[in-house]
Every structure is written in C-alpha cells, then in structure tokens.
Design a protein around this ligand. Structure first.
Ligand SMILES: NC(=O)c1ccc[n+]([C@@H]2O[C@H](COP(=O)([O-])OP(=O)(O)OC[C@H]3O[C@@H](n4cnc5c(N)ncnc54)[C@H](O)[C@@H]3O)[C@@H](O)[C@H]2O)c1
Length: 284
C-alpha cells in the first residue's frame, strides 16, 4: 500500500514544521504548503533528514483559486489524500475600533477563510481516502476564552472551532475524523508577522510567549495523538485545561477576571515601555 499522504499548511515554520517532522517520522508523504518558500525548503530538508518524503507547494491559504490549483496539481500525482492540516495562521491584537478594518479582513481571510477553503476544496477527496480521511484544524484557546484586546483573532479562531465541531458531527457517519487544536501560547515566530494596533500589545504578547514552556513539538505531539484517538478537542496544557473548565463553570466570573487582568497588563506595559524585541523573544 502507498504511504499515507498529508497536506500541511503553514508548514514553513513553528507548529506546521513540527507537524511535518512528526508525520514524516511516521512514514507520511507530505505536501509542505506555505507562502514562505525558503522556510518550506528548510522544512523539506529536515523532513528528508528524518527519512521522510514530500514536495513543496506554494500556497496562499487566503486565496481560493490557489487551493483549487493545489488540488489539481496533487490529483495529477497522488492517488489519494488522507489528512489535511489547516495550520497556517497569523496573529493580531488591538481593541475593537482601533484594530483597522483592513487588518480584520487580512486576519479573517487567513485564519478563518483559509481553513474554510481548505475543508471545502479537499473534503470530497478526503472522503475517498482508503484509510478514512482526517482533518486537523489549528484554532487557539483564544477561540474559547475570547480574551480582551484581540477580537479579530478570537473571532477567527472561534469560527475555526465552530467549523470543526460542525464538521465532526456531519462527517462522523462518513468515516472522516476531525480534530481542533486549541493551544495557549507556545514559542514560535508568530509575533513577527502579527499586526498590532500598539506597541503595548506587542509587549504583552511577547511577555506571554516568553513565559510559555510549551514548544511547537509538544503541540504537534498532542495533535497527532488526538488524530489517532479520533478526539475532537485538543486542549494541550494545564493552563488551557484550566481556562476551558473555568469558562464553562463560571463564564461571567471568568470574563470579569480576564477584563481585570487585561487592564493590569496593558497599564503595566504603558508605564514600562520596552523596546520592541521582535525575534529576540525566541532567542533567535
Ligand atoms: N504560537 C502560539 O502561541 C499559538 C497559540 C495558539 C494557536 N496558534 C496557531 O498555531 C498555528 C501555527 O502558528 P505558529 O505559532 O506556528 O506561527 P508561525 O508564524 O511560526 O507559523 C505560521 C506559518 O503560517 C504561514 N502563513 C501565514 N500566512 C499564510 C498564508 N496566507 N498562506 C500560507 N501560509 C501562511 C507563515 O508563513 C508561517 O510559516 C496558527 O494557526 C496559530 O494561530 C499559535
């Protein structure tokens, strides 16, 4: 039997690269998809180093036509596709009214429409997989917690959660599985490409990411384990599990607490401005 085939978006960096490496070690053949072709080439090099195989596909997930072209290119070479990972994403922070509408569109087009296009374009083909197709959508704990100061990101990720839960119900009888990964902060390059309506937001985001002990490889491990267990929600850290439970048990209290923490963090950032660190936060 031919090796299982997976499409991974946002594969040039962070979680996408970590997922490719874990899948490669397990014998998957990969379509390494990203806008960043140099980063994709490095991912493919690492994939081959661990004995895996794959191909680089330039893809802007926000572009419907590029998704369709990708399907046609893969159909010409691959007899089946078994896994779609909608991982590509960008960050954004800024209060409603301050975060520009242009940035709302940019973020929703990538983080939400990217996942919708991916599912829409590949679902028929995934249904025909001899192994039973699978979809992993990467959302965020922000999709549940809705922390203040990042509405566009929260809306996009809540949409990805809703998309995934809906599809789980629709596809269960048809043998196609769905998982939605909802991590809290883990260390990647995501802040570099994010759009923020003020330096305080960047400072707070860098601080929270800097405090995280979780790596992209940890998240990839939980995501793939969830696929094997056909588990819908992937909540990957003790902090995530705490937020998940508190939000359900006491939603009003949770929201008030989040509001007061947000005010404290933003006041502190305004009173103690730090030079924007960019990549330094990752030690790279
Ligand atoms: N890092 C975190 O703290 C964190 C927390 C929760 C959720 N997430 C989610 O994890 C996913 C992966 O992010 P990451 O942290 O690895 O970030 P990252 O910046 O390291 O990787 C994201 C990748 O997506 C690619 N990308 C961006 N826009 C694209 C587009 N239009 N088309 C194709 N590719 C595009 C980038 O080139 C990059 O390679 C995202 O969906 C993100 O929202 C990250």
């Amino acid at each position: 039997m031919l090796p299982p085939s997976a499409i991974v978006t946002g594969a040039a960096s962070g979680l996408g690269r970590a997922l490719c490496l874990r899948l490669a070690r397990d014998g998957w053949r990969l379509a390494v998809c990203d806008l960043d072709e140099q980063g994709s080439a490095e991912t493919l090099r690492l994939v081959e180093e661990v004995g895996g195989s794959g191909r680089i596909e330039r893809l802007d997930v926000a572009n419907r036509g590029e998704w369709e072209a990708l399907r046609e290119r893969l159909k010409a070479d691959w007899p089946h596709v078994d896994l779609l990972v909608n991982n590509a994403g960008v960050g954004g922070a800024g209060d409603v009214g301050l975060f520009s509408l242009e940035d709302w569109h940019w973020l929703l087009n990538i983080d939400l429409w990217g996942a919708i296009y991916g599912c829409h374009t590949f679902l028929d083909w995934l249904k025909a997989s001899p192994r039973g197709g699978y979809i992993i959508n990467v959302a965020s704990m922000a999709g549940y917690a809705a922390p203040p100061g990042m509405a566009a990101y929260n809306v996009a990720k809540a949409g990805v959660v809703a998309l995934s839960e809906t599809m789980y119900g629709e596809l269960r009888p048809q043998g196609v599985g769905v998982s939605v990964v909802c991590p809290t902060f883990f260390r990647t390059n995501i802040i570099d490409g994010s759009r923020m309506s003020g330096d305080e937001h960047r400072q707070v985001a860098e601080k929270l990411m800097g405090m995280s002990r979780m790596t992209a490889d940890d998240v990839a491990h939980w995501a793939i384990q969830a696929m094997h267990r056909k588990q819908l929600h992937v909540i990957v850290s003790w902090r995530g599990r705490l937020i998940w439970r508190l939000k359900r048990l006491a939603p009003r209290m949770f929201t008030k607490f989040a509001a007061s923490e947000y005010k404290k963090m933003m006041d502190h950032a305004r009173e103690n401005p730090e030079p924007v660190k960019g990549r330094d936060v990752l030690g790279s």
